[in-house]
Design a protein around this ligand. Structure first.
Ligand code: OOB
Length: 530
């Protein structure tokens, strides 16, 4: 795809980052350079490479460079830490790990040095910028011109996305060349992307939303321009929108609300904006009204998942649909079933569990045969874990979820993963993590812990330091810790998460509301929007 674009319009601007501007021809040769560099290091077709880069042009040079080799990028998020990265490297048996030197005050070279000790499959750590003791990404490559831009089999895996997860460790989602190309093209068409599109990537481009829904790849496919930033705060983003005449962008609900508020006082000219996508977590109708009120009829709701299925409200959808639904499936071939707990279809309009199968939805997680037996129905429908209902027009409304996951303003936290980390603490005998409602993020995490015999359970500060030490991503660190003598259990002896969620809600009602305003060093962390 890149080669075709670069031949068609080599001099158009493909990527903008700060003062840097790369034409399509420059992006093409940057990808070729990376491919030759990696080939020179012995990286070959089929190899997996964990890519952990922020929103910088090198992300795409490496992404396309790997495609050129037929190697497979594993798209780690910038906030992933030792626990996640070691797991992703081992699971994918990655041969290389690509990192920035320092990003937002965090030294990824130090992280990489720890990761290589625990993931012996890694043969190379490649650094964008000052490599320290590792290998620079920039460097001599092979003279071999045999880097093949063409794959004969488009049903092969092109990239591995990280799942939000419901179990102990994140899962990898294989996306093939043809499914992901469709994802990008059909999304770009629905969103009316064209050569005049200027897409602002303010969410991490390693996430499906900003990468391919339609995202940066959609803007490039349409012959437009993608502007990359890591600063989604309105001051920085509004200045970029004005300077680059940005036409489209994608946000999670908390950021969209912060932006909506900021339009009241910021003086920037945002008149170029024609599409404001909001997704990743539920946008409440009152917040949709607020965002639409601030930006006008440019709002689009997106209900998507890295696993595949995408739902969009159409650009010409009636206001009511945009405000009150999360959109309609992208493809006419997306199959939707809404079922009860026994997989029986619920009556039209009723709330049930969303199952889906379709042209760009995964058929199985990567190297997870056991998990796949429960994550899919016998006939191959993916169990999304979301509770939805369908309106007469075929639009979906997300009403909740059955999966044990906390959606922290778009950042997904698997309860089991945090629980398993917490119980490694010597003073914690048992742990259960549930969501608590939060005005800004929608949800935050509350961990209930049971102290070990004769031990005193750690407070939040100590637990947070412990989990950080264990290498857990900052957004997964519980916002609240509550101590219980024992966890409540259901009739069959399982932890009663429903009872704990009510308890957490009750506690939040009493004490929690006042908290977010007074976030001290002990307060919630990893909040993307504040
Ligand atoms: C996007 O992808 P993931 O993989 O980080 O998370 C998927 C899950 C969904 O299963 C659902 O639980 C939740 O995130 N979700 C929403 C939502 N969009 C996603 N819940 C309610 N309302 C929405 N609009 O989050 C993602 C991927 C591609 C495009 C957009 C979002």
């Amino acid at each position: 795809m890149l080669r075709t674009w670069a031949r068609a319009h080599p001099h158009r601007t493909a990527l903008v980052h700060g003062e840097r501007r790369l034409s399509y021809a420059e992006l093409e040769s940057a990808a070729d350079r990376v491919a030759r560099r990696l080939a020179g290091l012995g990286i070959a077709a089929g190899d997996r490479v964990v890519l952990q880069l922020p929103n910088i042009p090198e992300f795409f040079a490496v992404f396309f460079g790997l495609q050129r080799l037929g190697a497979v990028p594993v798209l780690a998020l910038p906030l992933h830490r030792r626990s996640e990265i070691v797991h992703l490297c081992r699971l994918s048996e990655a041969v290389a790990y690509v990192v920035p030197d320092v990003h937002q005050g965090f030294d990824h070279r130090e992280l990489a040095a720890e990761v290589v000790k625990e993931a012996p499959c890694l043969r190379h750590v490649l650094v964008v910028g000052d490599p320290g003791t590792h290998t620079p990404l920039d460097g001599p490559g092979t003279g071999v011109s045999g880097v093949s831009p063409v794959h004969d089999d488009a049903s092969e895996v092109a990239l591995l996305l990280v799942s939000g997860g419901t179990t102990g460790l994140p899962k990898l989602i294989p996306r093939t060349h043809d499914d992901y190309a469709y994802n990008v093209r059909a999304s770009a068409e629905l969103c009316r992307f064209g050569p005049d599109t200027v897409y602002l990537a303010a969410l991490p481009v390693a996430h499906n939303f900003a990468l391919g829904c339609p995202g940066v790849l959609g803007a490039l496919h349409a012959g437009g321009t993608a502007v990359l930033t890591d600063e989604p705060d309105p001051d920085a983003a509004f200045a970029l929108i004005e300077r680059e005449r940005v036409t489209a962008t994608a946000l999670v609900p908390p950021t969209a609300r912060v932006w909506a508020t900021a339009t009241g006082w910021a003086g920037a000219d945002l008149s170029s904006l024609r599409l404001l996508q909001v997704g990743g977590a539920r946008l409440l109708p009152e917040h949709a009204i607020q965002v639409r009120g601030a930006f006008g009829p440019v709002l689009q709701q997106v209900f998507g998942m890295a696993e595949g299925l995408l739902n969009y409200t159409e650009p010409d959808a009636p206001e009511d649909v945009v405000l009150h639904t999360q959109g309609r499936p992208l493809s006419p071939d997306d199959e939707i079933r809404i079922v009860d707990e026994d997989d029986r279809d619920v009556p039209p309009g009723a709330v049930g569990r969303l199952l889906t199968r379709g042209p760009y939805t995964l058929r199985g997680y990567y190297r997870a045969p056991e998990h796949n037996t429960t994550a899919f129905t016998a006939d191959g429908h993916y169990r999304t874990g979301d509770l939805v209902r369908r309106t007469p027009t075929g639009h979906l409304v997300v009403e909740g979820r059955v999966k044990e996951q906390i959606n922290r303003g778009g950042d997904k936290v698997a309860a089991a993963e945090v629980e398993q980390q917490l119980i490694t603490h010597p003073a914690i005998a048992d742990a259960a993590v549930v969501p608590v409602p939060d005005d800004l993020l929608g949800e935050r995490t509350c961990a209930f812990v049971v102290p070990a015999p004769d031990a005193e359970a750690p407070g939040r500060k100590e637990a947070a330091a412990f989990l950080r030490e264990r290498g857990l991503a900052p957004y997964k660190i519980p916002d609240r810790i509550e101590v219980l003598d024992a966890l409540p259990v259901t009739a069959v002896g399982k932890t009663d998460k429903r009872a704990l969620t009510s308890l957490a809600n009750a506690l939040t009602g009493i004490a929690g509301r006042a908290r977010p305003a007074a976030e001290g060093p002990d307060g919630p962390e990893g909040v993307r929007t504040s």
